[in-house]
Design a protein around this ligand. Structure first.
Ligand code: NAP
Length: 249
């Protein structure tokens, strides 16, 4: 028996990058996966097709996590369709980088609304069902930047630091109901999000990583699968850095 057999997982922002790798990994370990996306419908359907082609179960659902009502509808839809939500991976995220003195209100709010309020909204809706079921695992995608800060990413770092605080609070609130909540803090991972870095920026980043290389989406997905499974049954409120030795936090 696979370790996620019989579980239903919702992965937000699973059309591309880390979220897509997480969806594929959880499905490969036996979970039925709901692939959430915001705008990339074709890509999300591609992830679902890949899961089904490999013998798994999945469906795609559009919802913008920066819209609280859409988050509630997303979770209620999962529970109506599959009868439960056992694993929630709050992965959807964006960047709107800029130096603090030039950062617009829009760029601040867009990042906070998606990367932090989105995690709150989906978690609030899912927690209700998990508490009732006396079972569940929530995994929030933070970032090493939420631990160390980063010039040019005040909005993103603030949101990710917020995600870490939210994770610890939810872990404390829900532990007695046997619901766990942890965060994963990736370092620099090869996805669309980091594709815009110049060669010299990449060299600078790689020099700060003990293992000397960027990570892959699969590196992060393996950590998420561990936290989703009973292999991590006694772990809650933690932030697991998946960064090749960058923060040592
Ligand atoms: P990515 O390749 O840019 O993919 C972002 C995903 O989020 C897409 O599936 C996108 O869906 C979805 N998304 C964006 N806004 C959304 C919204 N409002 N509602 C629902 N879905 C939304 O990013 P990534 O690199 O895989 O990053 C995934 C997560 O890891 C993010 O939380 C990011 O902050 C975090 N992270 C990444 C790195 C890295 O180095 N890549 C490092 C640390 C942390 P659509 O295409 O449909 O919009």
């Amino acid at each position: 028996m696979q370790r996620l057999e019989g579980k239903t997982a919702l992965v937000t922002g699973a059309s591309r990058g880390i979220g897509a790798a997480v969806a594929l990994r959880l499905a490969s370990e036996g979970a039925t996966v709901v692939v959430n996306y915001s705008g990339s419908r074709e890509a999300a359907l591609g992830v679902v097709e890949a899961i089904i082609a490999a013998g798994g179960r999945a469906s795609a659902v559009q919802a913008d996590v920066s819209d609280p009502a859409a988050c509630t509808a997303l979770v209620e839809g999962v529970v109506a369709e599959y009868g439960a939500i056992d694993i929630l991976v709050n992965n959807a995220g964006i960047t709107r980088d800029g130096l603090i003195v030039r950062m617009s209100d829009e760029d601040w709010s867009a990042v906070l609304n998606t990367n932090l309020t989105g995690v709150f909204s989906v978690t609030r809706a899912a927690a209700k069902h998990m508490m009732k079921a006396r079972s569940g695992s929530i995994i929030n995608m933070a970032s090493v930047v939420g631990i160390s800060g980063n010039a040019g990413q005040a909005n993103y770092a603030a949101a990710k630091a917020g995600v870490i605080g939210l994770t610890k609070s939810v872990a404390r609130e829900l532990a007695s109901r046997r619901v766990r909540c942890n965060a994963v803090a990736p370092g620099f991972i090869e996805t669309d999000m980091t594709a815009a870095l110049t060669d010299s920026q990449r060299d600078g980043v790689a020099a700060a990583i003990a293992m000397g290389r960027f990570g892959t989406a699969n590196d992060v997905a393996a950590a998420v699968a561990f936290l989703a499974s009973d292999d991590s049954a006694y772990i809650t409120g933690q932030t697991l850095a998946v960064d090749g030795g960058m923060t040592f936090a």
